[in-house]
Design a protein. Structure first.
Length: 82
């Protein structure tokens, strides 16, 4: 059983897609409604060169997924602050 407070946001992320849901129900009786997310920016790759191809992170698909994760974190941070 998941106990989410009324007004809680739930993020569902798979590395390529982000969906946000807001709980308008009570604890024990969830009522999730999809919320707009806007576009996830993959331009902000973070600081330093950690997203460049290397033996530790060789694939372009991993770089894309890392950029998507950074963009998702940016959206979630804005939702928390706003």
């Amino acid at each position: 059983m998941v106990d989410l407070k009324k007004g809680s946001l739930v993020a569902v992320v798979d590395g390529e897609h982000l969906k946000l849901f807001k709980n308008s129900g009570d604890a024990g009786s969830l009522k999730l409604t999809e919320q707009p997310t806007g576009d996830v920016s993959t331009e902000n790759m973070g600081s330093g060169g950690r997203h460049q191809s290397s033996s530790a992170n060789p694939s372009d698909s991993q770089q894309d997924e890392d950029a998507f994760a950074a963009g998702t974190a940016e959206i979630l941070n804005r939702k928390l602050m706003g």
